[in-house]
Design a protein around this ligand. Structure first.
Ligand code: HBI
Length: 96
């Protein structure tokens, strides 16, 4: 099982994933993606969902029109792990 990252390690990891930040009130990281329109937003979610499924690591996310709000944490570890960082990196790559 992936190990929970310390506050310091989380901060360090966040430096490598543009646009992601700590979520206040819980051990999680988040980013809000804004796309051209709903079609692009949902296309992003479709592709990201396939990557998440392949990783067996799933986001908490909300789509409002062209916006996708994403929160990542590792339930099994009760905090942020390398799996969250990996999925965040993949999402940034998918969003372009
Ligand atoms: N997704 N974000 C997240 N956190 C988990 O702990 C997690 C998951 N997807 C699947 C998963 N764990 C499975 O490994 C366990 O439910 C068995």
């Amino acid at each position: 099982m992936a190990e929970r990252l310390s506050a310091e390690a989380r901060k360090q990891a966040l430096g490598g994933i543009p646009g992601w930040g700590e979520i206040s009130g819980r051990e999680a990281i988040g980013k809000t993606f804004v796309f051209k329109d709903f079609n692009q937003a949902f296309g992003f979610m479709t592709r990201a969902a396939l990557v998440a499924e392949k990783m067996d690591h799933h986001p908490e996310w909300r789509n409002i029109y062209k916006t996708v709000e994403v929160v990542l944490s590792t339930h099994d570890a009760g905090g942020v792990t390398a799996r969250d960082i990996e999925l965040a990196k993949a999402m940034n790559a998918i969003a372009g």
